[in-house]
Ligand binder design. Sequence first.
Ligand SMILES: Cc1cc2nc3c(=O)[nH]c(=O)nc-3n(C[C@H](O)[C@H](O)[C@H](O)COP(=O)(O)OP(=O)(O)OC[C@H]3O[C@@H](n4cnc5c(N)ncnc54)[C@H](O)[C@@H]3O)c2cc1C
Length: 345
Amino acid sequence: MNDIKDLSSYKNVWIFAEQREGKIAPVVIELLGEGRKLATEVDAELCAVLLGKDVDGLAKELITFGADKVYVADDALLEKYTTDAYTKVIKDAIDEIKPEIMLFGATHIGRDLAPRIASRVGTGLTADCTKLEIDPEDKKIKQTRPAFGGNIMATIICPNHRPQMSTVRPGVMDKAEQDETRTGEVIALDYKITQDDIRTTVLETVKTKKDLVSLTDANVIVSGGLGLGGPEGFEMLKKLADKLGGVVGSSRAAVDAGWIDHSHQVGQTGTTVKPNLYIACGISGAIQHLAGMQSSDFIIAINKNPAAPILEIADYGVVGDLHEIVPMLIDKLDSVDDLLEAIKA
Ligand SMILES: Cc1cc2nc3c(=O)[nH]c(=O)nc-3n(C[C@H](O)[C@H](O)[C@H](O)COP(=O)(O)OP(=O)(O)OC[C@H]3O[C@@H](n4cnc5c(N)ncnc54)[C@H](O)[C@@H]3O)c2cc1C
């Protein structure tokens, strides 16, 4: 474990700049947004740690999104993620440079890597955080995450060990703004890694061909639940979503019923979303669903039960049968299209 007396030598906020195939993961931009707030409050620099091969361009991109410093390990052995190699390089960097706070996206890679590093370094890790704040009194980070199926929000601190580490749920934090004129420092990490350090061999990376939905990037999400009455209900929602330039989401109950793929699921065990517009059709508004969408900018709920909890958080609620209301909405949008066409003509 870290020497408790040594805490003051740990400084700055680090974020793990996850990249795949030379592209920065979207969650990294969110971590830079959140990391900037934390860094300002603890009066520290915001730094990114970037591992990969030929990632110079990515380092510059991270600076435009707010990183003051980017620590880079550029190596063929780091091209593809492996637990062994990434853990070794980052653990050594932490020992050497001593960050105070380190954030990872709670992606598959982040969830694999962060616990391994925390255990090697001998520090605390809070997984899947949805809120981070600095305690104004002692400047320690308060890490909040849902527990017990979302029924409890647990706030966790790491008082005596450094760095204070969290994985952060994708889609929850605000993205950093890009500013092409920002400047920062790119620093090569002094690392040692050989093929012998890596026990995993990546034979092949397979991408599944299922209909991938990018719920986190969508501005508009039209979501359906058990109230749709069957899988064909989603076809109707798809029409509405297409009209609005959005994508289709769902409740877990609809996924469990086999009506739609899990990649569409919104909620605590699905994706957390924050679109400009979220339309909930036939969704009751269970706490586990709300946990994934309640910070959407504008929420419309269509439900035949006036007591459905979703109506309490909706900006605009329609009490009625969605099989009547959704086709009416599509119709109305069609006439707007016609009107626009007529104006253009
Ligand atoms: C650990 C755990 C994790 C979970 N994670 C998630 C998660 O990530 N996401 C998630 O969604 N759920 C999750 N759940 C499940 C959650 O608790 C609810 O069971 C689920 O959200 C209910 O889905 P629903 O709203 O589609 O169905 P229901 O609760 O059955 O609601 C259907 C709604 O449709 C309305 N309705 C019916 N017919 C019509 C109609 N014709 N027109 C208009 N309205 C109609 C009804 O009034 C009702 O409000 C989780 C549960 C647990 C225990």
